[in-house]
Design a protein around this ligand. Structure first.
Ligand code: PBG
Length: 332
């Protein structure tokens, strides 16, 4: 068969919209999406976040309303980030039973028992220094092992409130195992762990730090978040979390790390893999759309398709309700 012949055959597969759709290899469905919500008890209602157009800090009632909107659009899960009243060196409010996350979990689960509620387990928006763990008195290093029991207590308080999945995001060594033990000891054997297994020290978290008011006040997160240059290390991080008992793995951010998503999926094929399409990726799409550079819907669909094609089973994205609405509008 000549090359010309082969070329004609490939084109034929794409020629009709019907056939094109039959041979589609990758789909992004509402069922694949997780919608992040910022919850607070500092003020009722919705407080817009300048760097994240369309996203707001939500009081408990509005968090329930926003979760219900997502649920009705077919999105199976929300991921909650808490903004506390006050901060201190140890981030004590992170495990308060009446904290923003715990209160929102209870309210959402009461109203929407089938919606999966995932909670972020980390100290960075609760500590006055803005780091993801306790800080050494003498340096800008996070005290890894001393922080682990605290993460266990935070996870337990979330599970007590009714969280289905806890998601430790601090990139501390041993966090999955410590949280697994803490949950099991408290009778929460059925609570799952979604670990931010592969989290890079990234410029793409800028808008999130503004939203959650969690930028480090001194030092940076390079001592615990991964170096963007490393792919094999990502595989090892994921395998360690799998061994510690993680039920879901994650790669974050998504777009600059599509190859890492593929590698982690291949290294740990048995575990569901989530990719976090982070705040900077969202803000970039929005800014380009506002500048008339591209059409938002097409850009978002292409980006999320790329993340799925790379190997992610689930995508955490601020675009989730938009995507679900577009799918609904197109009968998908
Ligand atoms: C903190 C945390 C961050 C994000 C999720 N959890 C920021 C950071 O590490 O600085 C970023 C999410 C986003 O950018 O959308 N543990």
């Amino acid at each position: 068969m000549s090359n010309t012949h082969l070329l004609i055959r490939m084109r034929r597969r794409r020629a009709s919209l019907g056939i094109r759709s039959m041979v589609r290899e990758t789909r992004v469905l509402a069922a694949d999406l997780i919608y992040p919500l910022f919850v607070t008890k500092n003020a009722p209602g919705r407080e817009a976040i300048a760097s994240l157009p369309g996203i707001a800090r939500l009081g408990t009632e509005d968090a329930v309303r926003e979760a219900a909107r997502a649920y009705e659009l077919g999105i199976p899960a929300v991921l909650l980030f808490g903004i506390p009243r006050t901060k201190d060196p140890k981030g004590v409010q992170a495990s308060f039973a009446e904290g923003a996350v715990q209160s929102s979990v209870r309210a959402i689960k009461k109203e929407l028992p089938s919606l999966v509620v995932i909670t972020d387990v980390c100290l960075c928006s609760y500590t006055d220094h803005g780091h993801c763990g306790l800080l050494s008195h003498t340096s800008d290093y996070v005290r890894n092992d001393a922080t682990l029991p605290i993460l266990g207590r935070i996870a337990r308080s979330h599970a007590d409130a009714g969280a289905d999945i806890v998601a430790p995001s601090g990139m501390l060594d041993g966090m999955v195992l410590a949280i697994r033990h803490a949950l099991d000891d408290a009778g929460h054997a059925r609570t799952s762990i979604m670990s931010y297994s592969v989290k890079f020290a990234s410029a793409f978290y800028g808008p999130f730090r503004d939203a959650a008011d969690g930028a480090p006040k001194r030092g940076d997160r390079k001592t615990y978040q991964m170096d963007p240059t490393n792919g094999s290390e990502a595989e090892r991080e994921a395998a360690l979390d799998a061994a510690e008992g993680a039920d879901f793995l994650m790669v974050k951010p998504a777009l600059p790390y599509l190859d890492v998503i593929r590698r982690v999926k291949q290294a740990c094929p048995g575990l569901p893999l989530a990719a976090y399409n982070v705040s900077g990726e969202y803000a970039m799409v929005k800014a380009a759309a506002a500048a008339g550079v591209w059409e938002e819907k097409a850009a978002v669909q292409e980006i999320l398709t790329g993340i799925r094609r790379a190997g992610a089973d689930l995508i955490i994205t601020y675009h989730a309700p938009d995507v679900a609405q577009w799918l609904k509008d197109s009968g998908g």
